[in-house]
Design a protein. Structure first.
Lengths: 336, 336
DNA sequence: GTGAAAGCGCTAACAA
DNA sequence: TTGTTAGCGCTTTCAC
């Protein structure tokens, strides 16, 4: 592999001039520049980025920790992040952590290790937990699922408000027995959505019934299983609110298999508005999240942190939108 | 930020001993090791990975270029790659290129730039195209969609065979007019599948009709649009073969909107077997690909390349499986 | 505008 | 087993 010294020799200039030509060509005479460029081509020279970054102590790398990229919602978040990173002159190092703390820690370690400038965490776990307290916290932004009481900047959705709005929508349609297919207990996000669900129930004077709540893990299968549990028995719910679209689609399948109609027999609602939501049968009523904006905002904030620019807000909250489609309607025999 | 020298001072040893303690503790006396470890903790020391890798000329980074991580099939490929990389002691740098050559080139540049040891390309584009011919080709493996006539090692599916098998399956069910919703013209993969489709038609003595072919871009919307075009007119096909599951699901929606039944009026088949395929209505008959294996094999081959180990095979071909579900059946009025 | 030279933090001979 | 020392390839003063 050729190095800067060889290029300098070929061009008949000093290494400093080669370095300057590459970094700030305007500080070099055109004729010198041409000589250098010719030498670069001739030598097949590629600057050793390792050395460049080592020397200039700037990596232009951002790490993003994603619980699972198989989740289409996260795919959209990443897409937004990638765009914003590109614009800001950073590369995005994507890491599918499979929700494993060890992997999250390992990748986050790239930051104190000078291999990346900052990290975006999309899950409620602090990858720097237990770091030497003396050192300043590395640049990090927490988005989507927020670590309770975290000092880090955050980008979040009003999950409680979103769940409340959707539950209220179902109540307004005339539903009184609304099943809830939740995410895992450990997720703060799912606790907030449960709270929103309870808020709406409370407002309508409907008693909260734990028998109507089922825990899943955000997968299609979990929705299927949740529906199985909730629709059996004599007094089944007239609507099912699922905490993400994939579980809702899983539930849809199970309900149809039971010989019931959606929405006439049971209404179904989701959360996220993944692209599939508009294509399933019936199209899914859901809570839309501006997924790409999570990524975009997180990157902007992280870059500000890294470059020591002031942060406009430390805690950004993004708006949700109720997306009314055909999977939810008034229950059979509703008074209104 | 503390450095190795400070740790050495704190521990009362030389920098070499600190370096050794970190890299190969067994070459250092236990008591020395303890002193060093204590000093590391006290100093809040994190090795500067930039310097480590710069000096030892090994990054343990692998770049994977993905056309779009929003595609659930690629998500599975990545998942397999990540696993294999982890096992082999490498990090995977994921890059969503959005199919843009400029982005692919930029990330591939990390390899000659010594910032990554090799690259996996999942699309039929050579990111090192036009590289100085003098220099040896950087370690690269081409998987999924293969560059025509590439000298690189590859991991591929028998796309032609897969498409032929599915088309034959539809013919065996009694279909004679089979619509094809293809990927973009530019994709080699889609040309192979077209060839397989034509093979099966030829074997059955059915004439190829270009009016039954529609070009899409692998999105839900493309399937929807393709179905719109193909099901209108008096002599519509009795089956639709889509080159991926997402287009098949898009087609499903359109067919139902037209008041037709799947599969009784029109059968639908897909390709890939994404998780959603089993959950749509009706469940999708499709060609299953071992997605995770693409990633796994690609990583294994790339690591072999990087570490100068012999490659068992330069061109791995993975098996497909016909996944028969409910979206395809014999056409109405079929003789058998 | 260009060159000489110092040194980033670390590893790896080699010496002790 | 441990220390000394010479760089890895580059950027960046500071002279000229």
């Amino acid at each position: 592999m050729s190095n800067i010294r060889e290029v300098a020799r070929l061009a008949g200039v000093s290494v400093a001039t080669v370095s300057r030509t590459l970094a700030s060509p305007e500080r070099v005479l055109p004729q010198t520049r041409d000589k250098v460029n010719a030498a670069v081509k001739q030598a097949g020279y590629h600057p050793n980025l390792m050395a460049v970054q080592f020397r200039s102590r700037k990596t232009a790398n951002l790490v993003i920790l994603v619980p699972t990229i198989a989740n289409p919602f996260f795919a959209r978040v990443i897409s937004g992040a990638q765009q914003a990173a590109q614009c800001a002159g950073y590369r995005l190092l994507l890491c599918d952590t499979q929700g494993q703390e060890a992997i999250e820690r390992e990748f986050a370690e790239l930051v104190p290790g000078h291999q990346a400038d900052g990290v975006i965490q999309l899950r409620a776990f602090d990858p720097f937990l237990g770091h030497p307290p003396g050192s300043a916290t590395p640049p990090i932004v927490n988005a989507c699922e927020i670590i309770a009481g975290t000092p880090y900047p955050t980008v979040s959705l009003d999950n409680r408000g979103g769940a409340q709005a959707m539950t209220r929508h179902l109540i307004d349609l005339g539903h009184r027995r609304i099943g809830l297919i939740k995410g895992p207990l450990s997720s703060p996000l799912t606790q907030e959505r449960l709270a929103g669900y309870q808020d709406a129930l409370g407002d309508a004077g409907i008693e909260f019934d734990t028998a109507l709540v089922h825990h899943g893990d955000f997968t299609l299968q979990a929705g299927y299983d949740g529906a199985t549990a909730l629709i059996q028995g004599p007094h089944r719910p007239t609507a099912l609110f699922c905490e993400n679209d994939e579980m809702a689609i899983g539930a849809l399948k199970r309900i149809k298999e039971a010989g019931l109609q959606v929405p006439t027999d049971i209404s179904v609602a989701g959360f996220d508005d993944i692209s599939m939501a508009a294509y399933c049968d019936p199209p899914l009523t859901t809570v839309e999240q501006p997924a790409e904006d999570f990524g975009r905002h997180a990157v902007h904030m992280l870059v500000a942190l890294i470059e020591n620019k002031p942060l406009a807000e430390r805690h950004v909250q993004l708006p949700f939108t109720l997306k009314i489609r055909a999977s939810a309607c008034a229950p059979a025999g509703a008074g209104r």
